[in-house]
Design a protein around this ligand. Structure first.
Ligand SMILES: [Fe+2]
Length: 280
């Protein structure tokens, strides 16, 4: 029997989004997600809530510069780095100012997309008025099978696969703790940032968020609905750059050893309640 990866359990701690109009994005995120903002370095801002945290950096619009996973224990972080290098995957020094430099490291997936692992430099500073913990980030890729195999080599566990009628993979969801997915990828023509999601504590929180957003005249884009893979209730909307933001509730819990399932590539899979955003 092979040794399991020390990755488990790991949660998404923050993501870095790049934009060619950071002030517009900063203003939107600050208001809509109720975040405190500070400039970290020239052209990079830290947007901090209690359970949701983002870096916004000047750069290409719709860029996901990296996803950052928290490994709170220094010994497990070191064990994970050794494990990953043992899989023949190159690591580099960490890339996020929100992690302690010591022990933090990064890897690049087959598209060159960065994942970084580290120990958070500080504990959450406050409680959020409306619950919404940054929970997963999703990408589009023309190299879906390779990306999924890469994630599995790191220690992510396959939860659900979506297949077209020719048996080709069109989407995959992987987990690094018992929540159904902490990452996912859709088959797309070019690599791109798809969306990120915040997990609320209940369906009533989804209602409260929609009321709050409505009061600011921020319109929902897709949903409310219920995803097949993950079984979570959700709605999504686009930020001013067109990045999709998701609010979710009741995401499915799957033990580590629970086998992956397969879904057909159809709108019903992505939204059991109706119409879907089909990426391919
Ligand atoms: Fe999602």
């Amino acid at each position: 029997m092979t040794t399991p990866s020390p990755l488990w359990p790991a949660r998404l701690h923050h993501i870095k989004i790049t934009s060619d109009q950071p002030p517009v994005l900063l203003d939107f995120y600050q208001r809509v997600l109720e975040l405190e903002t500070r400039e970290v370095t020239d052209g990079v801002w830290d947007l901090r809530g209690g359970e949701r945290r983002f870096l916004i950096g000047r750069g290409k619009r719709n860029g996901l510069a990296f996803s950052a996973f928290a490994i709170p224990e220094a010994s497990r972080l070191a064990a994970l780095k050794s494990y990953i290098e043992g899989q023949g995957i190159a690591t580099t020094a960490g890339t996020s100012p929100l992690f302690r430099a010591e022990g933090a490291f990064s890897v690049a997936d087959p598209d060159g997309q960065i994942l970084t692992f580290g120990t958070p430099a500080e504990a959450p500073a406050r409680q959020d008025r409306l619950s919404g913990r940054l929970q997963h980030a999703v990408k589009g890729t023309p190299n879906l099978e390779k990306v999924v195999a890469f994630w599995q080599a790191l220690g992510f566990v396959l939860s659900d696969e979506v297949m077209d009628d020719k048996g080709a993979l069109t989407a995959a969801f992987v987990r690094s703790d018992e929540e159904h997915h902490t990452q996912a990828a859709f088959r797309t023509k070019d690599p791109r940032f798809d969306h990120f999601s915040m997990e609320t504590r209940s369906w009533n929180d989804i209602r409260d968020w929609a009321d709050f957003l409505g009061s600011m005249r921020v319109n929902l884009g897709w949903g409310p609905g219920r995803h097949g893979p993950g079984n979570n209730l959700f709605f999504m909307l686009a930020d001013p750059d067109g990045n999709m933001m998701e609010w979710s509730s009741e995401i499915e819990v799957m033990p580590r050893d629970m086998p992956a399932r397969q879904w057909p590539h159809e709108a019903h899979t992505l939204n059991l309640w109706g119409g879907a955003w089909m990426r391919s």
